[in-house]
Design a protein around this ligand. Structure first.
Ligand code: NAD
Length: 356
């Protein structure tokens, strides 16, 4: 098949992990006889430097016209000034909104040979296999008003957490459908004891659940969810939650897999191209050293093959290649125990390519 893929490497380690993904995509296209063509655009800090905005209209239109988008990461200390008018994250938010990718899927399944890399005891990690479905284009990251106000008593900053029932309903349907293809359980996470938007969330999810009588639904509060993720992570199947809660809980969940560098994500809407990116950021502390773990990005690419290009066999080939490489004992620095040899990004990628 032919596919037109937009690459948005971004900042920090973004370009390093996107190059790795391109190498593995090339291996997939030659092994399975596909034709992937790439075009590349700036996003985040590099786009601010080059164009004065975190995402140009041209880049957004190229993404909208593509079959799928692979993104590295954005941000870094250079663009961290809290008073700056233009910020790298605006590029991400504009992209998600412009593509209408309202659901972010983050699968968490620790590799059996990496249980030692997690700070949790291995016996807590047996059977852990869940997906977080995070609402991505609503909630407090998009709500208006968002501003600073000068009051007589000082400065006030305001963000707004808002959801409509339609926004909740569409992401809930996606979560229930996903659960049907898994172990048929949805855990909806909110803060309904305090927040009005969470009470609407809970009510709407319960209504949607009536259309999926074969799927078990539980509601838990986000503070309890943070605890249960550590205490009984194997009890989850599909976790459905809002934008900010999902952002925070998935960083916590990533630790179960040994490193943030391992975790992929897929952002999907109603048709249109999907957006695929690792959950980690631009890791300025290791950027430019060539030691970033490419696995989160490669597994995101596997999700792209599955969800946007409907290439299930190819997707599994990438997932298996990553699994086998880890089972053979190969580790990047973030995964290596003391005394173990750590591979750089290029060598780890080459070993994964060999196993495609
Ligand atoms: P981060 O994810 O960049 O890094 C956290 C820690 O994990 C660092 O020690 C880093 O070295 C390590 N790490 C992350 N990915 C790794 C990988 N692939 N291999 C090995 N180690 C890895 O989070 P942060 O330090 O909080 O943020 C750094 C910058 O990234 C900030 O500017 C932030 O705004 C931005 N950020 C961007 C995104 C995104 O683009 N989607 C997400 C989160 C943070």
């Amino acid at each position: 098949m032919k596919a037109n893929i937009v690459l948005l490497p971004g900042d920090g380690i973004g370009p390093e992990v996107i190059r790795a993904a391109q190498k593995v995509m090339d291996a997939v296209s030659s092994k399975f006889d596909h034709q992937f063509t790439y075009s590349e655009h700036d996003i985040g800090g590099c786009s601010i430097d080059a164009h004065g905005t975190a995402l140009t209209d041209e880049a957004l239109v190229a993404c909208q016209k593509s079959d799928a988008i692979m993104l590295g990461a954005v941000g870094g200390p250079k663009w961290d000034d809290p008073t700056a008018k233009v910020r790298p994250e605006q590029g991400l938010l504009a992209l998600r909104k412009g593509l209408g990718t309202f659901a972010n899927l983050r699968p968490v399944k620790p590799h059996p040979d990496l249980l030692d890399a997690s700070p949790l005891r291995p016996e807590r990690l047996g059977g852990v296999d869940f997906v977080v479905v995070r609402e991505l284009t609503g909630g407090i990251y998009f709500g208006e008003p968002r501003e600073r106000r000068q009051l007589e008593s000082g400065v006030q900053a305001v963000d707004t957490m808002s959801y409509t029932d339609a926004e909740i309903r569409r992401v809930a349907h996606l979560a229930f459908k996903l659960a049907r293809a898994r172990r048929s359980k949805v855990t909806s996470v909110d803060k309904a004891n305090v927040l009005e938007s969470s009470r609407l969330w809970r009510q709407t999810v319960s209504e949607v659940a009536k259309e999926y009588p074969d799927v078990k639904l539980e509601h838990i509060l986000v503070d309890a969810a943070a605890m249960f993720l550590i205490q009984r992570p194997a009890s989850f199947d599909v976790i459905l939650t809002s934008n900010m809660f999902g952002d925070i809980l998935t960083d916590e969940a990533s630790v179960l897999t040994g490193s943030m560098g391992n975790l992929p994500s897929a952002s999907l809407g109603d048709g249109g191209p999907g957006l695929y990116e690792p959950i980690h950021g631009s890791a300025p502390d290791i950027a430019g050293q060539g030691i970033a773990n490419p696995i989160g990005t490669l597994l995101s690419m596997a999700l792209m093959l599955r969800y946007s290009l409907q290439l299930e066999k190819e997707s599994q080939a990438v997932e298996r290649a990553v699994e086998k490489t880890l089972s053979s004992g190969h580790r990047t620095k973030d995964l290596a125990n003391s005394g173990e040899t750590a591979l750089n990004t290029k060598d780890m990628t080459a070993l994964i390519v060999e196993r495609i």
